[in-house]
Design a protein around this ligand. Structure first.
Ligand code: 8YV
Length: 327
């Protein structure tokens, strides 16, 4: 019997390719710096039973229609807003993702951005390198405290909860808003549920941990920044379009809020001309919250395991649309 074809949309860790090659004939887009153009995806998927995709690849109804043999889309990410899930389900295509393995790494990085933005770390580094340090000054590069501050989590899924656990170590009071109330976590983590507006009003640090959907697009806009304290530090490691980026830049430029740590953008890569990049009180990084070496290897191998399981007719560890498997 001939081996199934799998297309991998980027150079990924070798450990993952070995898993795929054990069962399939594997083609890899061989550039690290750019994703395959759409016409390449359309052409490669015409013959493929499986695709190993990244969040930079839009796997929509048109792609699926051009891929008659496709059984599985395995996304190398916990988020899957780059994939049209209803279209996949309609065609009986299994979609999988990589939850859990990145939770702690993303939570670490969220705290890293909170601290760096509150304490003006990047600005201070630039100041020192630029030779601006002439003398010790009482309020030189003074920021906000994180310890014993109030943290407002917008979204209390796996990553939000992992950030809440870290906040305990800083003696923070933790509030949250989510569409689903988690009374178990309220008790075990001593955190309080409030309305979105009340979380925004009461928090010193606000961190967003919701998936991107029609319900969460621009969840944070001008009205939400207007509710925040002018000492507030805002962090986003979820998805860029959850935040109205222009409203965020205005809130930072006018000192409506104190600072922000931003990992994700409405358009990625963000344009070098974006107003956010001109602001000293914004720390901007290129979507790297899960980028520790061990975690990226674990995400890649998990994505490969998910893909191979479907090709072998087994239940994958992390299906997004398990109803397809039941058929
Ligand atoms: C990755 C992420 O950087 O998992 C996600 O949803 O946003 C990040 O962990 C990215 O997805 C890698 O493709």
């Amino acid at each position: 019997m001939s081996r199934p074809n799998v297309y991998v949309t980027r150079k990924v860790p070798e450990q993952a390719l070995e898993i795929l090659r054990s069962v399939a004939s594997v083609t890899v887009w061989d550039r690290e710096d750019v994703p395959p153009p759409r016409e390449v995806i359309l052409r490669e998927l015409a013959q493929a039973e499986g695709v190993f995709s990244l969040l930079t690849d839009r796997i929509d109804a048109e792609v699926m229609a051009a891929a008659p043999r496709l059984k599985v889309v395995s996304n190398f990410a916990v988020g899957y807003d780059n994939i049209d899930i209803p279209a996949a389900t309609k065609r009986g295509i299994v979609v999988t993702h990589t939850p859990d393995v990145l939770t702690e790494t993303v939570a670490d990085f969220t705290v890293c951005l909170m601290l760096a933005a509150a304490r003006r770390l990047v600005e201070a580094d630039r100041y020192t390198r630029d030779g601006k340090w002439k003398t010790w000054e009482p309020l030189l590069l003074a920021g906000q405290d994180i310890h014993h501050a109030t943290l407002g989590l917008i979204g209390l899924g796996r990553i939000g909860a992992a950030v809440a656990r870290r906040a305990q170590g800083f003696g923070m009071r933790v509030l949250y808003y989510d569409v689903v109330r988690r009374e178990d976590l309220e008790r075990s983590l001593s955190i309080a549920y409030l309305s979105l507006d009340d979380v925004l009003r009461d928090s010193d640090v606000i961190s967003v941990h919701v998936p991107l959907s029609e319900h969460t697009r621009h969840l944070m806009g001008r009205a939400q920044f207007a509710l925040m304290k002018n000492t507030a530090v805002f962090v986003n490691t979820s998805r860029g379009p959850v935040v109205d980026q222009r409203a965020l830049a205005e809130a930072l430029a006018s000192r409506r809020i104190f600072a922000a740590g931003i990992d994700v953008f409405e358009q990625e890569p963000v344009s070098p001309d974006d107003p956010l990049l001109k602001l000293d009180n914004a720390i901007v990084v290129p979507h790297i919250a899960s980028a520790s070496i061990p975690t990226r290897i674990r995400m890649a191998t998990l994505a490969a395991e998910n893909l191979v399981a479907v090709l072998q007719g087994k239940r994958p560890p992390n299906p997004v649309n398990p109803e397809v498997l039941a058929k």
